[in-house]
Design a protein around this ligand. Structure first.
Ligand SMILES: Nc1ncnc2c1ncn2[C@@H]1O[C@H](COP(=O)(O)OP(=O)(O)OP(=O)(O)O)[C@@H](O)[C@H]1O
Ligand SMILES: [Mg+2]
Length: 496
């Protein structure tokens, strides 16, 4: 009995061992060839969901690539794809959701994103990824179906033959309100932001024929490298952020989603640099309108209507592009003209270049701004820059048209310190006190200060750059004192 039971048990253990060996081989092969680890993870998570569904059933929302079987791409699909690509898929298992995706789909930017070198990543079909939101866990899966033959109208071309792609979101019934009212809007918002970040932005300019031409917008200026009063800078950034997130606010108060900025100040104080920083901060395209190449008010309106949302429309040197100062300012203008003849070389050149072909008028400019802004979709910022704010017609820059007026001024000590840190990498130096005093008495633009702080020769160092700056500041101070004395003499002569 003992012997037979022992041989029986040894036979049994032999069978068990062989079974384990066979199972192990299968498991090993699966690990090798079918990436069982991942498959298991997915199955376990599916089974866990099914188990959870017994006590708390889960719901699903499906988003199709094309709305209602038509050939219009669904915005929601693209936003979800961008969200998953940026937030969950690329973050892998570190996103807190624990659902790292191993198989990705890579596409080059489509349509308007053609210029980008970046690949746009999304989940491959049959992948599943988890995401956490305010304590709730949800799951996204991707799948596709072959395009039904019946809806393949020939004029839709190759796109009609492509598979239809879908995203499906699973979540527990108890999270229904949270998912539908908070999570999905959050996904769309974040997705839109990711799409803006991913796309190659463009710098447009108008050609003399009245159409737009563009190049890639690659200006490196950001608010991090723009020297200006820190409080003022924070205020501008907050204003831009509020504008960008203000879709609902504008709709609620019945205001067109647009904002006008007037940047004014002497040449070289960073007005154009500020426009680039604004565009980089918001991720918007830039439309740089050269008014002197626009033949008529109608052409101007057409150009504006062709601009897209999420853009900054800039008219540089608005005071000298055309005679937009209006009849109201004529007397004031006559006086100003004689004083500023010397300064106005740039203006004259522009006017000469304009020739006599441009018939854009002040009223045309006012009308098209308001007409376009009240009728078009929105999310546009318009920026006027000028060296002579006093020459502009008040109607052009009144609040509502130009909501925010920003003065870009000569370099102050704060801006100098910022530039010294950026260009020379120093926070303090024995010459800083001299610079501080001189900046109170001399007018020097940030552009000139930056030029002095740039090391141009191999033997240039912090000391030589700052010495050069102090020398130039002294010269600027003397020049300012001389011109003040001259002005005073002229005034005295007039008074006599
Ligand atoms: N505040 C600033 N911070 C950093 N760099 C600046 C600043 N202001 C000017 N610069 C630099 O000086 C150069 C000229 O500046 P910018 O073209 O922006 O001046 P501007 O005010 O537009 O002059 P203009 O009135 O002649 O058009 C740019 O290279 C810019 O980077
Ligand atoms: Mg400029």
């Amino acid at each position: 009995m003992d012997a037979s039971s022992s041989s029986w048990s040894s036979l049994n253990s032999g069978v068990v061992l062989s079974l384990i060996a066979v199972l192990w081989t299968v498991v090993w092969q699966n690990l090798q060839h079918l990436q069982l680890q991942q498959t298991l993870g997915r199955h376990v998570s599916r089974h866990a969901r099914r188990l959870a569904a017994i006590v708390d059933p889960y719901l699903s929302v499906t988003v199709a690539e094309y709305d209602g079987g038509r050939m219009r791409r669904s915005d929601a699909f693209d936003e979800i794809k961008a969200y998953l690509g940026a937030t969950v898929v690329c973050a892998g298992s570190t996103n807190g959701g624990g659902g790292g995706v191993r198989h990705l789909r890579a596409e080059s930017g489509s349509g308007k994103d053609n210029n980008t070198d970046k690949l746009v990543l999304s989940m491959a079909d049959r992948e599943e990824v988890a995401d956490d939101f305010e304590g709730a866990r949800v799951w996204w899966s991707a799948y596709s179906k072959p395009a039904p033959r019946s809806d393949g109208f020939p004029w839709w071309g190759a796109a009609a033959q492509e598979d239809r792609r879908f995203y499906r979101l699973f979540f527990l019934d108890r999270h229904r309100d949270l998912v539908l009212n908070a999570y999905l809007p959050h996904v769309r918002r974040k997705g839109r932001e990711a799409m803006v970040r991913n796309r190659q932005r463009k710098l447009f300019t108008n050609l003399s024929g009245g159409s737009w031409s563009h190049v890639a917008f690659e200006h490196p200026k950001t608010f991090d490298t723009l020297a200006m009063d820190p409080a003022k800078k924070r205020d501008v950034i907050a204003d831009l952020d509020t504008f960008r997130d203000g879709k609902e606010y504008h709709a609620r108060v019945g205001k067109a989603w647009k904002r006008g900025y007037l940047l004014y100040g002497p040449p070289g104080t960073g007005k154009s640099a500020m426009v680039a920083a604004m565009a980089n901060h918001l991720g918007y395209d830039v439309y740089d309108i050269e008014l002197t190449s626009v033949h008529s008010n109608t052409d101007l309106r057409r150009l504006f209507i062709e601009t897209t949302s999420k853009s900054i429309i800039v008219i540089e040197d608005i005071d000298c592009s055309l005679d937009l100062t209006g009849a109201r300012n004529k007397d004031k203008k006559k006086k100003a003209e004689s004083e500023e003849d010397a300064k106005n070389n740039k203006d004259k050149k522009k006017k000469d270049a304009a020739g006599t072909t441009s018939k854009v008028t002040l009223s045309g400019l006012l009308n098209f701004i308001d007409g376009l802004w009240s009728s078009c979709g929105g999310e546009r910022i318009i920026v006027f820059t000028t060296n002579h704010v006093e020459k502009l017609d008040p109607a052009l820059i009144r609040r509502g048209r130009m909501d925010k007026h920003i003065e870009m001024s000569y370099c102050c000590f704060e801006s100098f310190k910022f530039l010294a840190k950026m260009y020379l990498g120093v926070d303090s130096h024995e010459l800083f006190d001299a610079v501080r005093e001189l900046l109170q008495e001399a007018d020097m633009t940030p552009a000139d200060v930056a030029e002095n702080l740039t090391m141009k020769r191999v033997d240039d160092d912090v000391q030589s750059c700052l010495e050069g700056l102090v020398k130039e500041l002294r010269a600027a101070k003397e020049k300012k004192a001389e011109s003040k004395a001259k002005e005073q003499d002229e005034q005295d002569e007039e008074d006599q």
